[in-house]
Write a protein that binds this ligand. Structure first.
Ligand SMILES: CC(C)(COP(=O)(O)OP(=O)(O)OC[C@H]1O[C@@H](n2cnc3c(N)ncnc32)[C@H](O)[C@@H]1OP(=O)(O)O)[C@@H](O)C(=O)NCCC(=O)NCCS
Length: 432
């Protein structure tokens, strides 16, 4: 979920910082205000999160605490068998995403109520096909796709999801839930519905004998395992400027800006091609080997790779390099498609964004591989290519003309303590 002039606390794309500051004083005061804000939010009370088995702010820096689960699992018979109570007018439902009708309802709730940037200029617009892909990986539980309806009208007003994932933390491979798509209808905000949603998904995760979770948020909660930043590479600078996503840099004209971001028509790497089903074993080996170097990373098997990385039109794109001589698969790159609605613009309603997913370079320079990813994204008419500063991404961001966003994305683990916070480059996990 994914910035500059529009300061955002979440990860919706809302502009980039690549322009030089027009007024150094103004920028530094902004930065200062942000730091003050951040330190204030550290001392903020969290009535809900303080009751949960998560790293607490008071324990930050206390390296005497053991790494690993904070609470031990309870016998399944002791897990609460009935759902948590909702306020009277509402009822729980399990969302069947096989149903076109349910999928439409979830899509409509998220399209109208999910994450926006701080200036409310953009809102994530996950497609139905994307949601189906994101929520039905191998071994998924339908009971973890949770909705809340108004009893009388049956209108869907809140949503939260989990999917199972094996995640390695240092040397321990832990079965976790990846929790995502928490959304409460705009008219029902600030009524403490979110904590009930979180407790209910946690209960249903426990019922499957799973006791840990991973999640991300634009807001600071107790306590991030790392804090990442989105970077944005303009592909269609004119549109990005027209819709207020980015601004013309000082002393820049539109035509100079267009020239600055222009990309070659053709990819540069010999043997660069789309990933196909027969590549699954090779890509699994490549990615498993690559992800070993990170402190927190998914533990993917071939089924996971088939699901998460085989190309799906307008959902996930994956390319690899097959050596023209040896036919060995040496490099790999991928991005997912997450458009944002442009709110209140006369000329444009959708921003087409590509998000860097997993990339591995063993023979091709990573810079060249990612430039080829930019070239295919441009050809496919994406307006912007976004990437977090995770894994080795910092090594290509500046050189490939990505600009830093001002939205932060915080990563969290539930019921698992890490002794040290991580640098973004120590994280090998991308959540959708
Ligand atoms: C996020 C959202 C569901 C929270 O609902 P809300 O009505 O604003 O807040 P509620 O009164 O129900 O609950 C507040 C509690 O939820 C916590 N909370 C808020 N956003 C959260 C998030 N993204 N993840 C986890 N907890 C969150 C708050 O910290 C607070 O708990 P605390 O007192 O311990 O700090 C709602 O604002 C929303 O739908 N926003 C748009 C979509 C979005 O940002 N989703 C989250 C994507 S990561």
């Amino acid at each position: 979920m994914a910035e500059n002039d529009a300061p955002t606390e979440n990860n919706v794309p809302s502009g980039d910082n690549s322009k030089p500051p027009e007024n150094e004083n103004e920028i530094s005061i902004d930065a200062l205000a942000k730091k003050v804000q951040e330190s204030l939010s550290l001392s903020k009370r969290h009535k809900f999160w303080e009751t949960q088995p998560v790293g607490q702010f008071k324990d930050l820096g206390d390296t005497s605490l053991p790494e690993g689960p904070i609470e031990q699992p309870t016998p399944l018979s002791e897990v609460k068998q009935e759902p948590y109570n909702l306020p009277g007018p509402y009822e729980w439902i399990t969302c069947d995403l096989d149903s076109e009708e349910v999928c439409n309802e979830v899509y409509a709730l998220l399209t109208n109520n999910y994450v926006e940037d701080d200036e409310n200029m953009f809102r994530f617009n996950y497609s139905k096909e994307f949601l189906r892909w994101a929520l039905r990986p191998p071994g998924y539980f339908r009971s973890w796709h949770i909705g809340v309806r108004v009893k009388s009208s049956k209108k869907l007003v809140a949503f939260i999801t989990g999917i199972p994932a094996k995640i390695r933390v240092h040397d321990a491979v832990v079965l976790m839930a990846e929790v995502n798509f928490l959304c409460v209808h705009k008219k029902l905000r600030s009524k403490r519905l979110a904590p009930v949603m979180i407790k209910e998904v946690t209960r249903r995760v426990h019922l499957e004998n799973i006791w840990q979770a991973a999640y991300t948020a634009g807001v600071v909660l107790p306590t991030p395992i790392t804090t990442c930043q989105y970077w944005h590479r303009s592909l269609n600078p004119k549109k990005l400027i027209d819709v207020g996503f980015s601004r013309l840099g000082a002393r820049m004209t539109m035509s100079r800006t267009i020239k600055l971001y222009k990309l070659p028509e053709q990819t540069a790497t010999p043997g660069f091609r789309k990933m196909e089903p027969h590549d699954v074993p090779a890509v699994t080996r490549l990615l498993r080997n690559y992800l070993k170097q990170f402190v927190v990373a998914p533990d993917f098997d071939e089924n996971d790779i088939e699901h998460w990385l085989l190309p799906k039109e307008d959902v996930i794109d994956s390319y690899l390099v097959e050596s023209p001589e040896t036919h060995e698969i040496t490099d790999f790159c991928s991005f997912y498609t997450l458009p944002s609605s442009i709110l209140g613009n006369q000329n444009h309603s959708i921003l087409k964004a590509a998000y860097s997913y997993y990339n591995v370079a063993t023979k091709t320079p990573l810079l060249q591989l990612m430039n080829d990813a930019l070239i295919v994204a441009k050809k496919k008419d994406y307006d912007v290519f976004n990437a977090l500063d995770v894994m080795q991404n910092e090594t290509f961001l500046k050189e490939l003309k990505f600009g830093p966003g001002d939205g932060k994305l915080h990563y969290y683990l539930y019921n698992y303590r890490l002794r040290h916070v991580l640098r973004p480059s120590e994280l090998g996990l991308v959540l959708l």
